[in-house]
Design a protein around this ligand. Structure first.
Ligand SMILES: NC(=O)c1ccc[n+]([C@@H]2O[C@H](COP(=O)([O-])OP(=O)(O)OC[C@H]3O[C@@H](n4cnc5c(N)ncnc54)[C@H](OP(=O)(O)O)[C@@H]3O)[C@@H](O)[C@H]2O)c1
Length: 320
């Protein structure tokens, strides 16, 4: 089979078509014929070498990719019977594992990380759900607020930010979101109760609405220490790229990693159900043939993408 991989870390151009042995599902594993893979910011981090220490000693090519949608085509021994060959599924993997990520025609996944795809969605749409919805869910668990309390979300127009808004509204929280003027309608449609202009001074604008500061802030824009000024004394800042403080004024800084919850099948099924019933909006910016992965990474680096870029693996990489 073929995949998209890299033999040295670097810019988008290091991504190329690679030949790989077709994997077989082992005990407790499922093999998925890949149809679509979402292109996430963490794939760019992986490609650029941000995960190099976790790949040390591994022989290239390294295969990026976390989210995947496709069809079950092999069940390993000792699987629990929840999934069958031919089922439409979505799954998540940690790409630093020995089997690599999801940018490949066939991917073998721990069965706990595979759930049926949301009904009524395309493979491309379905591939955009799990990584960011899991992260948003963990972020909301971490802020741990009650209905009616205030949470702010930065990077609100992004995939993680959008899910954070929608899951916060499902918990009946009040949401303040940041957005550029062009994204104001988008984040309101996602459920934001109040919107402030993003960028320099955003914390002053949040304080303008809530002079005492918000109880919690989910920092999808990676503002890190800058975000603290919007938060009430003793509140909580949830970060999504590992920043862990220090906090100030009794504010707790809580980094979350979706990777920690990838084998929580109950959570993955719950998020799938929320996508199926429309609570979570699956937003696809564009679908590109998998062989154009480098172009997808270039577009992601350029910013301004709304919704996820998706790689289509239905077009054979052998035609390249
Ligand atoms: N911890 C985890 O498990 C986990 C899981 C998923 C994602 N993440 C991280 O979460 C972050 C967001 O991911 P994503 O998939 O939502 O990315 P995304 O879809 O690209 O969204 C990021 C959003 O933030 C906006 N933004 C950039 N700089 C900003 C600023 N200074 N102020 C306000 N908004 C700003 C972007 O706008 P422009 O496009 O205009 O720049 C974009 O709308 C990334 O750092 C990603 O690595 C972490």
């Amino acid at each position: 089979m073929r995949g998209i991989g890299l033999t040295e870390f670097g810019g988008p151009e290091v991504l190329h078509v690679v030949d790989l042995p077709t994997p077989d599902a082992g005990s407790g594993e499922i093999r998925v014929r890949v149809h679509a893979v979402a292109v996430n910011p963490t794939d760019a981090t992986f490609r650029a070498g941000g995960r190099a220490s976790q790949l040390a000693g591994r022989t290239p090519p390294y295969i990026p990719g976390v989210d995947v949608a496709g069809v079950v085509d092999e069940l390993g021994p000792d699987t629990d019977g929840r999934l069958a060959v031919g089922d439409r599924v979505i799954a998540v993997v940690v790409p630093m594992r020995p089997r690599g990520g999801t940018y490949a025609e066939e991917v073998v996944v721990d069965e706990r990380s595979v759930v049926h795809a949301p009904r009524g969605t395309t493979h491309g749409e379905a591939s955009t759900l799990l990584l960011n919805a899991v992260a948003a869910h963990l972020a909301l668990d971490a802020v741990n607020l009650d209905a009616g309390q205030l949470v702010a979300v930065t990077g609100a127009a992004g995939t993680l930010g959008g899910y954070a808004i929608q899951l916060a509204k499902a918990r009946r929280l009040t949401v303040i979101a940041d957005a550029s003027p062009d994204d104001d309608d988008l984040v309101r449609t996602l459920g934001a109760d109040q919107v402030v202009a993003r960028g320099d001074g955003v914390t002053d604008r949040i304080r303008g609405l809530v002079p005492g500061g918000v109880a919690g802030l989910i920092d999808g824009a990676n503002l890190d220490a800058v975000a603290m000024a919007a938060i009430a004394d003793g509140g909580i800042l949830v970060t999504v790229r590992g920043w862990s403080g220090p906090g100030e004024r009794g504010i707790a800084v809580h980094p979350v990693s979706a990777f920690d919850a990838f084998t929580d099948t109950t959570l993955l099924e719950r998020l799938r159900d929320l996508a199926e019933d429309g609570t979570l909006s699956l937003r696809v910016a564009d679908v590109l043939p998998a062989r154009d992965a480098a172009r997808a990474h270039q577009r992601l680096a350029g910013g301004g993408i709304r919704g996820r870029l998706v790689l289509d693996f239905e077009t054979s990489l052998a035609e390249v």
